[in-house]
Design a protein around this ligand. Structure first.
Ligand code: DX5
Ligand code: ZN
Length: 231
């Protein structure tokens, strides 16, 4: 397993975004996670391509852009242009998910599908071949600092089994309530990309918090029996 930490700037100080990103990178961040919310799909409004462009200038690691918006097809190109290396879209709003994933990949961006806690793993069974990663939401999207939903652990396992069965060695990302108390469980279930907002940027020392969380994830991974998808 290759554990990657993706601190979410949702909990960062936007006045000093560059410094926040640099602090997370010093702590071992492998990606920077940008949460895009439109006030329709989720009851909150956050950042758009402008912020992605600014984060791109500040970050030296790739940007992982999580689109929590009702009409991602209209904006995917703008986010790719702004500097996203990975884009995830929610299956719940996409009747033509196959086409959307093709669009993301045609722009040279890694494509991921995000699943809300109430969405079954099966929702992605027909598009497995087009996925570069799967984002299993471990809280209901919309806000940072929410409590991890334990039921999602079994979905991580189900998605991992589905990906392994189809020979897709792509990683599972988890998002929401990931901290030192939950990281071991999600990694044991098969998660490799760990999004963390509050646990990193809500901490007094984000660099130390990122370092500690990533080491806990890496340590948990060494205890996971080898899975066939190992790269
Ligand atoms: C939630 C967002 C998350 C959020 C996670 O809707 O998708 O990326 O920042 O925040 P924490 O880690 O604070 O639960
Ligand atoms: Zn997110």
């Amino acid at each position: 397993m290759i554990i990657r930490l993706a601190p979410s700037i949702l909990s960062a100080d936007f006045v000093a975004l560059g410094a926040a990103i640099a602090a997370a990178e010093r702590g071992g961040a492998d990606l920077i996670h940008v949460d895009v919310m439109d006030g329709h799909f989720v009851p909150n409004i956050t950042a758009g391509p402008l912020v992605v462009r600014a984060a791109r200038r500040a970050a030296s690691v790739p940007l992982d852009v999580h689109l929590m918006i009702t009409d991602p097809d209209r904006y995917i190109e703008m986010f790719a242009e702004a500097g996203a290396s990975m884009i995830s879209v929610h299956v719940e709003v996409l009747p033509h998910l196959h086409r959307t994933l093709g669009l993301i990949r045609s722009l040279g961006v890694q494509a991921g599908v995000a699943l809300n806690p109430s969405t079954p793993a099966q929702a992605i069974s027909e598009v497995v071949d087009l996925l570069d990663f799967v984002l299993v939401m471990t809280v209901n999207p919309g806000f940072g600092a929410q409590t991890f939903i334990p039921r999602t652990e079994s979905k991580i396992r189900e998605v991992r089994a589905m990906l392994d069965a189809s020979g897709r060695g792509v990683p599972i990302e988890v998002d929401g309530g990931i901290d030192l108390t939950t990281v071991g469980r999600v990694v044991a279930a098969g998660a490799e990309i760990l999004v963390a907002g509050n646990a990193v940027f809500g901490a007094p020392d984000p660099t130390a918090a990122a370092r500690e969380l990533k080491s806990a994830g890496v340590a948990a991974a060494t205890r996971v029996p080898q899975s066939p998808h190992l790269r």
